[in-house]
Design a binder for this molecule. Structure first.
Ligand code: ADP
Length: 452
């Protein structure tokens, strides 16, 4: 870039200088031609006076080194010529300057002479006796003008080249200095926006993209950390039931269990393995949701119908916990992923039963308003302390770890619920009174109705 800018400036300067030189030479040439013609006219005037006074005598001893002097009679016959033999010369009446002189008293012209092969300046003057005296001179050629001025011209060209070179390198430096001083990591830091308006948008864009990149980078790092934590938690959660199962199996293998205890041991093994199954199922659900539910099929479904299915499958659990589970509402068509909507209702109801008191109730309602489809799950259970309300949606967070374990919780239920609700563009709210009960409200926005 440095070289390129330098070359451009230098070439432009040199071209402009040479063009100016040619122009000035042209003007000077015209000027000198004018001066030459004026001088020639003066000389003609003098010669005319001389010839008028002394006739042919005038030409004797006349120094005609630079000029050609011709004397033409009124009929066009050449009476005298300083550079050619008069005998061979044709009639001169048709020469432009002669014609003019005969007509107006004096005449001039510039042309190639027939007799001599140079470009000539001619000046003619009519004498009182009707004859014409004519002086001519070789016109100053451009080359001779240039040649005559060769030395100063060369000097000027040399000085101009040196000055152009120095200016071009200084200018290049000045142009590039602010660009070179841009800090690529912080493009707008020392940048004077007024000085370089043209590249300000580019730098702003770079800065914006850098910020975006930094943001993306920190998001990626955060996601990686969350994944790491999640993997560690999963391993830990799986290890506990696995240890328990292998412990029971070892006791059975070594016949260290009394016959009557075999059945409860088998029961414990089944319990632990179903806890593992639940955990694995929850992890699969979460993984699907982490991908934004892309590989799951969106369908026109009915939230009420899905709630009915979930409530049906929790009937056994609710009666085992001595909790009354009811469902109210009406048909609620919406667009969604049925498995995920089922998970939402199932997990909320499952929690409402698990964290309830014996004899408690769980009321499920599905309603539709003009713009929303709303699901409510209200229980009369143990409630959630204020400080945990936000955290219950985190993966593996439990208010009371031992109670959650006791009731077969994985700590993933509510994070699945929250994630699934978000994938459906909805939101979830929770209100709770410790020891009085909890209500979860899920609000899905209905798609905008067509206005026809
Ligand atoms: P878990 O598998 O432990 O139930 P969740 O993610 O479903 O995990 O819930 C997280 C925690 O939130 C639970 O451990 C429990 O402490 C609390 N919780 C969830 N639902 C209720 C509820 N309806 N009443 C009281 N506490 C609840």
């Amino acid at each position: 870039m440095n070289r390129k800018i330098f070359n451009s400036i230098w070439i432009v300067a040199v071209v402009v200088f040479l063009a100016s030189l040619v122009f000035i030479m042209g003007v000077a040439y015209n000027y000198f031609s004018g001066v030459q013609m004026k001088q020639l006219k003066n000389e003609t005037q003098l010669a005319a006076q001389g010839v008028a006074m002394s006739g042919k005598e005038y030409f004797k001893g006349l120094d005609t080194k630079d000029y050609r002097v011709t004397w033409i009679d009124s009929d066009g016959t050449v009476l005298y010529d300083s550079k050619a033999k008069t005998a061979n010369m044709e009639n001169h009446l048709e020469r432009e300057e002669i014609k003019e002189a005969l007509k107006d008293g004096d005449g001039e012209s510039i042309r190639f002479s027939n007799t001599l092969s140079d470009r000539q300046l001619y000046s003619a003057k009519l004498l009182p006796d009707g004859s014409v005296i004519r002086l001519s001179i070789v016109q100053l050629a451009v080359w001779s003008l240039i040649l005559g001025m060769a030395q100063p011209i060369c000097l000027v060209i040399l000085i101009a080249l040196v000055i152009s070179f120095l200016l071009a390198s200084r200018l290049t430096k000045r142009i590039l200095e602010p660009i070179n001083s841009i800090d690529p990591d912080n493009p707008m830091e020392h940048f004077n926006e007024e000085e370089y308006k043209e590249i300000a948008p580019l730098l702003k864009r770079i800065k914006l993209q850098q910020e975006q990149l930094k943001h993306d980078q920190s998001e990626i790092e955060k996601a990686a950390l969350i994944r790491q934590e999640f993997t560690a938690n999963v391993s830990h959660e799986l290890k506990t039931p696995l240890h328990a199962i292998s412990g029971y199996a070892e006791l059975l293998e070594n016949e260290m269990v009394k016959d009557e205890d075999i059945k409860p041991f088998a029961g414990k093994i089944r319990e632990e393995s179903s806890r593992m199954t639940k955990l694995v199922e929850d992890i699969i659900d979460l993984t699907k949701l982490d991908n934004g539910g892309v590989e799951m099929t969106w369908e026109d479904c009915d939230l009420y119908r899905i709630a009915e299915n979930a409530v049906d499958s929790l009937e056994v659990a609710s009666s085992a916990n001595n909790v009354t589970l009811t469902l109210k509402g009406a048909e609620a068509p919406m667009r969604g992923i049925p498995q995920m909507l089922y998970s939402v209702i199932y997990n909320l109801c499952d929690n409402a039963i698990k964290y309830n008191h014996p004899g408690g109730t769980v009321h499920v309602t599905v309603e539709q308003s003009a713009h929303n489809t709303v699901l409510k799950v209200k229980d009369t259970g143990i409630g959630i302390p204020e400080e945990s309300k936000e955290r219950i949606f985190e993966r593996f967070y439990r208010v009371d770890k031992s109670r959650s374990k006791e009731v077969g919780g994985t700590g993933l239920g509510l994070s699945i619920v929250k994630h699934a609700v978000l994938v459906h563009g909805g939101r979830i709210e929770v209100s709770s009174q410790p020891d009085a009960g909890t209500e979860f409200v899920v609000i899905f926005r209905k798609s905008e109705p067509d206005i026809t």
